[in-house]
Design a protein around this ligand. Structure first.
Ligand code: 5RP
Length: 224
């Protein structure tokens, strides 16, 4: 068992019968979804909303019943990965380009649980390039506004020669802040810029993190 699997499996064990569950995106969330699928096969009754088309496909594969947002106002729990987390459980997310759905689901969940391996824990956020979701319309202007405001490298996310398009039809700009001195302030500033839909800073949203290590042991970090 590797760290991602240990974390995902442990958090999936916290889901209780009858819960409405947010399913995260990525290789760590995968293990939580897989374990939930096993538990559903053994009789656990849950309903879920997935944070990406990929996770929705996984939920279907593992026979986890899906919910529509119109059926429910809030979820009981959401379990998702992170690209970086600090001791206060502020996060960078969006490496998998799913940050907007992930944030929407996390904010509408009574408990938001992060699952990650030990490599994701950092003293200060920012070594991982911060994903920023922008509307495609005139995205060059949004990129220009970011470059004028912050003296760090920004790059439109491209994969195999193609601009990455999110499940919401938007683009991702990755920002190499290096070290983010004040994540909350940056989060608020970015949110106010026209053309930006949302960004991968998750400030004060996570309740707990399950961090898994290569030898299979896990540590719990609680938000203070
Ligand atoms: C996707 C995310 C993921 O949770 C994040 O990239 C971590 O992924 P992984 O568990 O594969 O390392 O934010 O948008």
């Amino acid at each position: 068992m590797n760290g991602k699997q240990a974390a995902g499996y442990l958090a999936a064990g916290w889901v209780e019968d009858g819960m409405k569950v947010g399913l995260g995106t990525g290789s760590t969330a995968y293990f939580a979804i897989e374990k939930l699928g096993e538990r559903v096969a053994s009789g656990l009754r849950i309903k879920a909303i997935a944070t990406s088309k990929a996770s929705e496909d996984l939920a279907r594969k593992f026979n986890i019943p899906l919910l529509q947002a119109s059926e429910v106002k809030r979820l009981d729990i959401a379990i998702d990965g992170a690209d970086e987390l600090d001791a206060a459980l502020n996060l960078i997310k969006g490496g998998g380009a799913a940050l907007l759905r992930e944030k929407l689901v996390a904010k509408h969940s009574d408990r938001f649980i992060v699952v990650a391996d030990g490599s994701k824990v950092v003293d200060r956020l920012g070594a991982f390039k911060l994903p920023i979701e922008v509307v495609p319309f005139c995205y060059e202007w949004t990129l220009g506004s970011l470059q004028e405001r912050y003296d760090v490298p920004f790059a439109l996310r491209v994969k195999e020669g193609q601009t990455v398009v999110t499940d919401n039809g938007n683009y991702i700009i990755d920002a190499a802040f290096g070290q983010i001195a004040s994540p909350r302030q940056l989060a608020e500033e970015l949110k106010q810029m026209t053309g930006i839909v949302d960004h991968g800073l998750f400030i004060g949203i996570a309740e707990q993190a399950v961090v898994g290590y290569e030898d299979g042991h896990t540590e719990i970090i609680k938000a203070n």
